[in-house]
Design a binder for this molecule. Structure first.
Ligand SMILES: Nc1ncnc2c1ncn2[C@@H]1O[C@H](COP(=O)(O)OP(=O)(O)O)[C@@H](O)[C@H]1O
Ligand SMILES: [Mg+2]
Length: 147
């Protein structure tokens, strides 16, 4: 099942993400899917706000992962853009974040498709599609238990 919403602006994408984050429980792994500039990091900023994280959320492109511990739940924001396999992520010590038995918060993962097999079978997929300069389609679906 997929739920779709249309966002008309950067602010609206952040508001949708902020509201969604308020209902999140731990452990949860969320894959953010979409082209460069689709709004994945923008969504992450709003999501962090919804978890009551007041730190400045920036793209983890160079650090691969930024963690935020000041909110309602720990948030681990990944950008796998520069990685090319699950093994590479494991060598960097990231496997523990994707084991639902040990994860103590929420993982938001950009470019998870670069590290296929790393994410747990059960996860949420949020797909952002650019419809125009300011319009985005945001699709929410749960992977792992629905076919
Ligand atoms: N409705 C919208 N939702 C999200 N971003 C939007 C929207 N309209 C325009 N934008 C712009 O698109 C860009 C999205 O960038 P970013 O969130 O970094 O994308 P990504 O992380 O997917 O590469 C930002 O410059 C933002 O201002
Ligand atoms: Mg990004």
């Amino acid at each position: 099942m997929q739920i779709e919403v249309i966002s008309d602006s950067e602010e609206m994408t952040q508001n949708i993400a902020e509201k969604y984050a308020k209902s999140i429980t731990t452990p949860t792994v969320i894959s953010l899917v979409g082209d460069l500039g689709a709004g994945k990091t923008t969504f992450a900023k709003g999501f962090a706000k919804g978890l009551e994280i007041n730190d400045l959320v920036t793209s983890p492109t160079f650090t691969i992962m930024n963690d935020y511990k000041s909110g309602r739940l720990p948030l681990y924001h990944f950008d796998m853009y520069r990685l090319s396999s699950k093994e590479e992520a494991e060598e960097l010590g990231f496997a523990e974040y994707f084991d639902l038995r040990t994860l103590d918060g929420v993982c938001l993962v950009e470019w998870a498709e670069n590290v296929k097999g790393l994410l747990p079978a059960l996860c949420v997929e949020i797909t952002l599609t650019k419809l125009s300069d300011t319009k985005r389609k945001i699709g929410f679906s749960v992977k792992g238990w629905v076919k």
